[in-house]
Design a protein around this ligand. Structure first.
Ligand code: DGY
Length: 353
């Protein structure tokens, strides 16, 4: 081996050891534990602190814990605002275990040179499946039937007007937010022979519209003409409470609303009023204005609403993939390399999901 190549070899080894040592001196915070394999990976590289208290962590505690951390792994219910980000004087990377990143003040992070990363794509199918599950459950009154039997109140069978639901076949599904998840819902709905309308910030190409058999309409028309609306838009300043009483009143009396995106896209008070007054037939919600919802939330008392506890991505396979990406995103970011999925803009795109 010549002198130059020995020198180069040493340099590479030194750089590797330097990276390893500097990584190990890095501190990271998880606002909640991840899968064991993911925590193990992180512990090989960094000094890891995992918050194990009540979820979500309080702002004061988060601010005190972030002070000496280089990296943060967070979840959609954490509020990573400018106070938190600025308290992290050494913070270099934020990796969220979610496709949504509206809980992070991305502008402040970017100004500080902090890399923000997220986990799209891997949860598309699981979330689309949940939207279809909720749709089928609403249309066929599945949870009502289950409750009836558990109450030991099942008395009659096969009456001509008993426990009737609605066909999905031939009904019009309105998809608000035609990104990855919206398109996956469209594909599934086609299998049920539904008609498709959609609204998105950006219209799809005519080729995509043709392959999904979906027609682009304005938001007003979407709400007016659909038998069921499914929301798949991200939460941004433009979508904040965009679904309000005016829009709900324009819906058909027999129509349904499904939300697996973000709770704050709907004005929850208006939705409660619309459900109470039977302005629409029902709603299925996986997301809420505040999560977990409080025991006094009026939605709990309503019969025509079906609720799940924010489980859009909650399948064994999907959550495992999300954990893998969350770790890879953080490791790459802390090594000053490009993460697999990097957040680049504050307001997001309507097709972020
Ligand atoms: C996300 O990842 O943002 C979803 O809300 C999870 O269901």
């Amino acid at each position: 081996m010549c002198f130059n190549s020995i020198l180069l070899h040493r340099l590479v080894i030194n750089e590797f050891l330097y990276d390893l040592l500097s990584a190990f001196s890095m501190k990271i915070l998880l606002t909640r534990s991840l899968h064991d394999f993911a925590v193990k990976e992180l512990k090989k590289r960094y000094q890891v602190e995992i918050y194990t208290g009540k979820v979500p962590i309080s702002k004061d505690l988060l601010i005190s814990k972030i002070k000496d951390k280089d990296g943060l792994i967070c979840y959609p219910y954490d509020k990573i605002d400018s106070d938190v980000i600025n308290a992290g004087a050494k913070l270099k990377a934020i990796s969220t275990f979610s496709v949504g990143y509206n809980h992070i003040d991305v502008n402040t992070a970017l100004e500080r040179g902090i890399i923000v990363s997220y986990t799209p794509e891997v949860l598309t199918r699981a979330t689309a499946d949940l939207a279809m599950t909720l749709m089928l459950s609403l249309f066929r009154r599945v949870s009502e039937g289950d409750a009836l039997i558990r109450k030991k109140a099942w008395r009659t069978i096969f009456g001509p007007y008993e426990f009737l639901g609605t066909d999905l076949y031939g009904k019009t599904l309105g998809i608000f937010g035609m990104g990855r998840i919206g398109k996956a819902v469209a594909k599934r709905a086609l299998g049920f022979e539904m008609k498709l309308l959609y609204h998105n910030r950006k219209r799809l190409s005519s080729q995509e519209e043709k392959s999904l058999n979906a027609r682009y309409v304005s938001l007003d028309e979407l709400f007016r003409r659909s038998d069921v609306i499914s929301i798949h838009a991200p939460y941004t300043s433009q979508t904040h409470e965009i679904v309000n009483l005016k829009l709900l009143k324009s819906m058909k009396k027999a129509s349904f609303l499904i939300n697996t995106a973000r709770g704050k896209i709907i004005n929850e008070k208006d939705l409660v009023a619309a459900l109470k007054k039977k302005i629409i037939a029902g709603a299925a919600l996986d997301v809420f204005q505040n999560e977990p919802i409080s025991a006094s939330n009026p939605l709990i008392g309503l019969k025509n609403v079906l609720m799940t506890p924010h489980i859009g991505s909650a399948t064994i396979e999907t959550r495992k993939k999300m954990a893998e990406i969350t770790v890879k995103n953080l490791v790459l970011s802390l090594a000053r390399k490009k993460p697999i999925y990097q957040v680049k803009v504050e307001s997001g795109h309507l097709d972020q999901f």
